[in-house]
Design a binder for this molecule. Structure first.
Ligand code: NAP
Length: 484
């Protein structure tokens, strides 16, 4: 452990406005994926610590719900300013613990901070409705109230933004919360908790429990009837466990789960624009994004040109430590991730796929995998059916729009899809026939804090961001009134 990326007094649990050690004093290591070394360590929260965090959230709930919306909004706005002013520190921390380049991490700071600003503006726009009953007589009034204490469980791939996407709307709506960040990337969330406090968030509204006992911690909290909402971003398998657990106390749940995004390129598309879009949709976060383009479906006449141009761009990317100058692609998160990507590529090649570029791991330390383009990939290869979560672009061809749509939809997932075409009528048909929560038309990027982010089918339910995002944290009370 050389220079500590975060001071010891902040590598603790944050409960009721105080930084404290885990009960029992346990700690766990945070690993640098660029070389596998130990970066630092953080407190290993126990079930008792998680219960203490929920107590703090429950204790703070009534006062926080009664805090004027403008005040809640202004705290979020100050948090936006603080996060923005500390962008370099946050980006470096994220790059260290997660591996992405500092430039990419800065992009995530901008994206993540924007949820704080967006929901600072939404805090004062929560309102109900008033109407006359259709038959006359009574009046119908609705009142929006915060759902109450929440549990947030976040993944390692976007350590900041997956947090602010939940914390922003919850704070705006008047909810308190316990956050359990991913064990591999706890540092960014701890720094965020510090900045939220500096912005004026009262003690107990936001509590952070880092822990290596994720399952036990969430199970204990979800067994408590005072917890009213669970928002999870992560794998579909864990999401299903949490939905089952939510049944006992009938907690409200939002699930942002895995994806298997198709990327369709039609022969009428601007191929250079499609390649540029593919680079973003595939290589953002080294392919470790739920919205990553997973399957490239290219119309036969342009398939060769698209594959050659994409391979050229992928080949030019420079691998290395995310904090080093000139590096385009950082390491994957851990050795298991490299093994998973390797197995997918090997299976595809064994089934007849051809490697145009990449397909190997470089020599040396760290969890790297070369940007890879595969052609002649069998449609039923594992790489087309599973979420890759790495820098691999498998290309298959199609002959008709109907075939493209049918194959794009042939997945249990339904998060993001992308399509490149210059035909407006086709654009409308695709928007209506692709079975996904988000569609990027002639763009490789769908994420936007002002838009409702979320999926269908095995990609989960609920929406984050946009006008819809705050609704996940509000209950509706209907009041019937006599006409007078
Ligand atoms: P993961 O293994 O499901 O972990 C996500 C979070 O859940 C981590 O905080 C993890 O803690 C925790 N966790 C693990 N097992 C748990 C259990 N039994 N009960 C409660 N919590 C548990 O997913 P990941 O590998 O970190 O993230 C990758 C996945 O997230 C991919 O499938 C990706 O598509 C998805 N994702 C979806 C979105 C979206 O918005 N739809 C965004 C980003 C990522 P530990 O770290 O301690 O294990």
């Amino acid at each position: 452990m050389s220079t500590d990326p975060l001071p010891l007094d902040r590598r603790q649990l944050f409960i009721g406005g105080e930084w404290r050690s885990a009960s029992g004093g346990g700690r766990f290591d945070v690993i640098d994926p660029a070389d596998g070394s130990v970066l630092t360590d953080v407190a290993d929260g126990t079930v008792d610590d998680a219960r203490a965090a929920l107590e703090a959230a429950v204790a703070a709930q009534a006062d926080w719900a009664a805090t004027p919306p403008r005040e809640r909004g202004e705290i979020l706005r100050r948090a936006f300013d603080l996060v923005t002013s500390r962008a370099d520190d946050l980006a470096r921390l994220m790059s260290l613990e997660m591996g992405k380049t500092v430039a990419e991490a800065r992009g995530e700071v901008t994206y993540g901070a924007e949820f704080l600003r967006w929901f600072s503006e939404e805090a004062v726009r929560v309102h109900g409705r008033w109407m006359q009953a259709p038959a006359g007589g009574s009046r119908l009034l609705t009142v929006k109230k915060p759902v109450g204490p929440c549990l947030f469980i976040t993944p390692w791939n976007f350590p900041l933004a997956m947090g602010t996407r939940k914390i922003g709307p919850a704070v705006a709506a008047g909810c308190t919360m316990v956050v359990k960040p991913a064990g591999q990337t706890p540092l960014t969330m701890l720094l965020l908790a510090d900045l939220m406090t500096e912005a004026g968030l009262p003690a107990g509204v936001l509590n952070v429990v880092t822990s290596r006992s994720s399952g036990k911690v969430s199970e204990a909290l979800m067994a408590d009837p005072r917890l009213r909402k669970v928002s999870f971003t992560g794998s579909t398998d864990v999401g299903k466990v949490l939905v089952r657990q939510s049944a006992d106390q009938l907690q409200r749940v939002s699930m942002e789960l895995g994806g298997n995004a198709p990327f369709l390129v039609f022969a009428d598309a601007d191929i250079d624009a499609a390649v540029a879009g593919a680079m973003i949709a595939k290589m953002r976060n080294m392919g470790e994004a739920c919205t990553s383009a997973n399957r490239f479906l290219v119309e036969e006449p342009v398939a060769e040109e698209f594959a050659a141009k994409l391979a050229e761009r992928m080949d030019a990317l420079r691998l290395g430590r995310g904090q080093d100058d000139g590096v385009d692609v950082g390491p994957l998160i851990d050795a298991d991730a490299v093994a998973d990507v390797t197995a997918l590529v090997d299976q595809a090649v064994g089934a007849g796929a051809r490697v145009v570029t990449g397909g190997t791991t470089p020599d040396g330390p760290g969890f790297f995998y070369r940007p890879t383009v595969l052609v002649d990939v069998p449609v039923d290869a594992d790489v087309n059916r599973q979420e890759i979560f790495g820098p691999v672009a498998p290309i298959t061809t199609f002959a008709t729009e109907a075939e493209a749509v049918e194959r794009a939809n042939a997945t249990e997932y339904g998060l993001a899809a992308y399509a490149f075409t210059r035909d407006l009528a086709r654009t409308i048909r695709l928007a209506e026939s692709l079975d996904f929560g988000m569609i990027g038309m002639n763009t490789g990027l769908v994420s936007n804090p002002a838009a409702p982010f979320g999926g269908v089918k095995a990609s989960g339910f609920g929406r984050e961001g946009g006008f819809e995002g705050i609704e996940e944290y509000l209950d509706t009370t209907y009041v019937s009134l006599p006409a007078g």
